[in-house]
Design a binder for this molecule. Structure first.
Ligand code: C5P
Length: 272
């Protein structure tokens, strides 16, 4: 499927299941994804318990997975959470396909690949996730393509947006279900690709970060190492389906209270 510039994606065929897009109405709990960037399992599990009822999906990235392996996935799934496995696969197509097959066996709800890996790699990722899930008769993980990292800002915003847009087109043509992008590009992506692709945005910084240990002394919207940041409500208004939030919650003195404030902000805008 070729996507002409400015065009919208067609509705996917049946085999592009599972559910995608912001065509469905989501609750605040579905929109908040908490990043468990820990290297020890027990604090990660304690954090998961703290955000119960406020987030339905937890993100396990390279730090926790490298430290603890698949048992991290099983522990948070046992608490009733869905898992976004954020290992940002970027390798030759056959290796990425095998990795995505393995991720599907872990019953993760979403996995990430780097859009920069190119069309053949992205197609291999989708094929691996789809075929393995079909073989096991399970819902397959959403395959999300990471565009330009939110920690990058060494280019004018317009050329970053062009890069993100071009990467997104390749990823969606390859059959990916959605994109990981800065909320600063979410509006542009929605306009270009329509409502169907799932857009997940990290680099979220609430308007007020009082009590965040990692951000002591910095501005109220301390970005840490993030550069293209946005507030939760602005990200949703721009068209994000879900927000990945780590340190504003996990490094807060009172993580549940921090998550609760973000949840309420999301609820407010979701109810509009
Ligand atoms: O702590 P913070 O909210 O900055 O965490 C953001 C999370 O999102 C991290 O786990 C990071 O790995 C992830 N991420 C990101 N930018 C991307 C893709 C993923 O920050 N483009």
């Amino acid at each position: 499927m070729k996507i002409a510039p400015g065009s919208r994606l067609q509705a996917p065929g049946k085999d592009l299941e599972p559910r995608t897009s912001n065509l469905e109405r989501r609750t605040a709990e579905e929109r908040l994804i908490v990043a468990l960037d820990f290297t020890v399992l027990e604090p990660a599990v304690r954090m998961a318990r703290q955000v119960r009822g406020l987030a339905r999906t937890l993100k396990i990235g390279s730090a926790l997975f490298t430290a603890c392996g698949p048992s991290a996935i099983r522990r948070v799934q046992a608490l009733g959470f869905s898992v976004m496995l954020d290992l940002k696969f970027f390798d030759i197509p056959s290796t990425v396909e095998l990795s995505c097959r393995a991720a599907a066996r872990h019953r993760v709800a979403m996995l990430t690949v780097h859009a920069a890996g190119g069309r053949a790699m992205l197609e291999a990722a989708v094929r691996g996730a789809r075929e393995e899930a079909r073989r096991l008769n399970r819902r397959r993980p959403l395959v999300l393509a990471v565009t330009v990292l939110t920690s990058v800002d060494r280019a004018p915003a317009s050329s970053l947006a062009q890069r993100v847009s071009a990467m997104a087109a390749v990823a969606l043509e390859a059959g990916c279900d959605g994109l990981v992008a800065s909320a600063q590009e979410a509006g542009m992506l929605r306009r270009r690709f329509g409502p169907r692709p799932r857009i997940v945005c990290p680099g979220i910084r609430p308007g007020s970060l009082q009590g965040t240990r990692a951000s002591t002394g910095a501005s109220p919207m301390a970005p840490d190492d993030q550069r293209r940041v946005c507030t939760p409500s602005a990200a949703l208004a721009a068209g994000a389906d879900a927000l990945v939030i780590g340190r504003p919650i996990t490094a807060a003195r009172r993580p549940r209270a921090a998550a609760q404030r973000i949840f309420e902000e999301l609820e407010e805008i979701t109810a509009c």
